[in-house]
Design a protein around this ligand. Structure first.
Ligand SMILES: C[S@@+](CC[C@H](N)C(=O)[O-])C[C@H]1O[C@@H](n2cnc3c(N)ncnc32)[C@H](O)[C@@H]1O
Length: 205
């Protein structure tokens, strides 16, 4: 049976709601409160086992990676959160900072759990094994970037695994909306759990 994310988000435990509020205050420019709460509901429903790791494409300063790690800790888990970002190898647009990522991760004492790979997502996809229970796609926002992330990373989801694609906004990011429409909508492998600014899917076959 499919996950009811709206119901799950409405019934988040108080401690998780507090965590979502804390992070939306820190990272409100990138992620609003309900984006964190739907992400939290997704993580709570993802099939995360002990040896799994989760992936974030595009980490910026690490806030969302830290949020994911804190959610996992809340669930009694300490799976690695692997973030992929070329950081200052990029020359335009929103550019992440490895220094700020490390400062934020160290401040939260999460340097064992949060791992950054300084690379373009397309460069390292073949090095990362599959069977991923949860991933966030929020890296390059151009059509070719998101198309490549969908093609290279979604097949790495395990059955029941959940992917959270950020910035599904036709006006601001038409490339993201287009890639989602071409590659995910109507694709029988995926069940759409949330079709909004954040586009959340579950792999079903
Ligand atoms: C919108 S920010 C990510 C925000 C982050 N998820 C958060 O919640 O704070 C986009 C990030 O994607 C990174 N990026 C851009 N192109 C990329 C690519 N091809 N592969 C991986 N990351 C990329 C940028 O360096 C930037 O840090």
């Amino acid at each position: 049976m499919s996950i009811n994310l709206i119901k799950a988000e409405r019934n988040l435990p108080d401690e998780v709601v507090k965590l979502c509020k804390e992070f939306s205050k820190k990272n409100g420019l990138m992620m609003r409160m309900n984006m964190y709460s739907f992400m939290a509901a997704s993580i709570l429903n993802a099939p995360i086992e002990d040896d799994d790791y989760v992936i974030e494409i595009g980490t910026y300063h690490g806030f969302t990676a830290i949020f994911v790690a804190r959610m996992l800790n809340y669930m009694g888990k300490n799976n690695k959160v692997v973030s992929i970002d070329p950081f200052d190898r990029l020359s335009g647009g929103v550019i992440g900072s490895h220094i700020k990522y490390m400062q934020n991760v160290n401040r939260q004492d999460l340097k064992e759990q949060c791992i950054a790979i300084s690379s373009y997502s397309s460069e390292v996809a073949s090095l990362l094994r599959g069977e991923i229970p949860f991933m966030i796609i929020d890296g390059g926002h151009k059509y070719e970037n998101i198309k490549s992330d969908i093609e290279l990373y979604l097949p790495k989801l395990k059955i029941g695994g959940i992917a959270y694609l950020h910035d599904n906004d036709e006006i601001r990011y038409p490339g993201i909306t287009r890639a989602i429409s071409e590659l995910i909508r109507g694709n029988k492998k995926y069940n759409i759990l949330m079709d909004d600014y954040y586009f959340i899917i579950e792999r079903i076959s």
